[in-house]
Write a protein that binds this ligand. Structure first.
Ligand code: FAD
Length: 501
């Protein structure tokens, strides 16, 4: 059989049918259409990781590209709206702050809003950063509607919480309707070409053989193709993000569903609470160097305020990234490409951006090395930027009550992150580098929320007379609060949408 190096790539084989596998199948089929034949192999006996329920706003682009009807999506995946993450006990025990998808203030010429706010605070202003953020007001009030505002000052950016297994089923239906072929069965052997080491075929326990030109490895943490067959290597980032375990358990829903994720810091990690229509998703992410699995489980169960539904599930992981996410004719997508804990709900986004990148660099005419190099360069940067943002939450803290948080204050930071923190502290400046997923407003909220107040502000602020500055801030406060009373409650919005199906 011909080695696939230099011939047109037509047969795409996706190994694994979790969120990564089915998202890859649906997006690639939708965009590449007849240019590819896609076969997806998955094993019901192995199952999926079954967590991953909070997302960030770019997921809405995926839905748009796939032509998904929002009401149907909310209905079928039992989804709710996410406006923000509320970080509790992260700076000190008892304090909390929000990382919203909005932006405090408004966009200003030449320098960001927060410089004006920093000066006003230095002069005695009492209003906090989030008082200037519509997402914050809506999250606190438990209200939501899609606002089709022309003025970005009153936009309400949002994402979703959804049931991960229902989401995978939803994507499966979409994919199969577009012509993706699903094969049930356990992959027992990966066959490679002798000369190049490229993958030639997957052998299933049933005796079936699935041949392909390009293989997308979505087999989860183990990386059946990228690691077990090709040995692409893994960069372990546990020294920066020492959490290595999670315990997850669903619980009964609350009477009212909050339109935000809760992230509650404990003594050796943190707990998520994700409200869905039919239940809450809960989990405790922790470092086993500081707490045992049993203690972590007790902490989780004693911090659920509704009845657990089912047994807690233990998941072990190593934070880091696959050294080559594209290697030979295999591209790793999802957990097989690396793992960053779900503190900022970035994993499903990483799946999305990996597929978009693969589509952009698709080797239609064969495996040119420049494609693989570019793909790996971009994904390395993306993982590193998200890693830095996650580390920020841990390393800037005032928690003196926990050995874990004490140690996190003293870790050696990557230069990129140390520079960002120092720059903000000294000058209030936030420089977004090279398409960082997190915009200045995200860095601002977490830097300030974790306890850093800049010593200085942009010089341009001084050109605005004090009276005018105060008028501007007062008006902005009104504008940001005004829409809230007119919005339905979050539950009214969801119920109204799902009633259409
Ligand atoms: P999996 O779900 O593990 O799927 C692997 C697939 O490969 C399965 O279909 C399996 O059957 C198949 N497979 C494996 N081996 C074989 C074989 N030999 N033969 C045939 N098939 C095989 N992400 C977010 O965006 N937001 C969150 O809030 C979030 N929370 C998380 C919390 C935790 C504790 C963890 C661990 C992850 C979280 N994630 C989150 C990440 C998210 O769960 C994953 O990114 C997502 O589910 C994708 O997983 P996957 O498809 O790569 O792997």
């Amino acid at each position: 059989m011909q080695d696939p190096h230099n011939k047109p790539i037509k047969r795409v084989v996706i190994a694994g049918g979790g969120t990564a596998g089915w998202l890859a199948a649906s997006l690639m089929k939708k965009v590449l259409g007849k240019a590819v034949d896609i076969t997806l192999v998955e094993s019901e006996a192995i199952g999926t990781v079954g967590v991953g329920e909070a997302t960030i706003p770019p997921i809405r682009l995926v839905n748009q590209v796939l032509g998904i009807d929002e009401a149907q999506f909310l209905h079928d995946t039992k989804a709710t709206i996410k406006l923000a993450i509320r970080f509790e006990n992260w700076k000190t025990k008892g304090e909390s702050y929000y990382h919203t998808f909005g932006a405090p203030g408004k966009s200003m010429a030449f320098c960001h809003f927060h410089h004006y706010w920093v000066k006003a605070r230095q002069q005695g202003l009492k209003d906090d950063l989030w008082d200037f953020d519509l997402n914050y007001h809506a999250a606190e009030a438990g209200r939501f509607a899609q606002i089709n505002a022309k003025d970005p000052v009153v936009e309400l950016p949002f994402a979703y919480h959804f049931d991960a297994s229902l989401y995978a089923q939803y994507l499966r239906k979409l994919s199969e309707n577009m012509g993706v072929v699903r094969k049930e069965g356990k992959i027992s052997r990966v066959q490679r070409f002798t000369d190049s080491g490229f993958i030639q075929a997957l052998h299933l326990e049933s005796g079936d053989v699935v041949e392909g030109d390009l293989f997308v490895d979505c087999t989860g943490f183990k990386g059946l193709l990228i690691e077990e067959a090709l040995g692409a290597g893994y960069d372990d980032w546990s020294h920066l993000l020492p959490c290595d375990s999670a315990i997850a358990v669903p619980s009964e829903r609350h009477e009212k569903t909050a339109p935000y994720t809760r992230s509650i810091a404990h003594d050796a990690g943190w707990q998520w609470r994700i409200p869905l229509q039919h239940r809450n998703g809960n989990g405790h992410v922790y470092s086993s160097r500081y707490i045992s699995d049993d203690q972590a489980c007790d902490t989780l169960l004693s911090n659920l305020d509704t009845k657990p539904l089912g047994d807690p599930k233990l998941i072990k992981f190593t934070t880091g990234r696959r050294r080559k996410q594209w290697y030979k004719n295999v591209v790793a997508v999802g957990l097989s490409s690396g793992f960053l804990e779900p503190l900022e709900s970035t994993s499903i986004h990483l799946i999305q951006s990996a597929i978009v990148r693969l589509i952009q660099l698709f080797p239609h005419n064969g495996f040119a090395p420049s494609l693989e190099t570019e793909y790996n360069k971009q994904s390395e940067l993306e993982f590193e930027q998200i890693r830095d943002f996650l580390v920020l939450h841990y390393t800037v803290n005032e928690r003196t009550d926990s050995a874990f948080f004490n140690d996190m204050r003293n870790i050696t930071l990557p230069d990129s992150l140390a520079h960002k923190i120092a720059l903000f502290k000294e000058s209030g400046n936030l420089l977004r580098e090279q398409n960082d997923l997190f915009l200045e407003s995200s860095w601002l909220q977490v830097l300030y929320g974790q306890g850093i107040t800049p010593k200085d502000y942009h010089g341009l602020v001084n050109s605005v007379p004090e009276v005018q500055l105060n008028q501007m801030l007062t008006r902005l406060l009104e504008i940001k609060k005004e829409p809230i009373a007119k919005l339905p409650t979050h539950d009214e919005y969801i119920n109204g949408m799902v009633a259409k199906y």
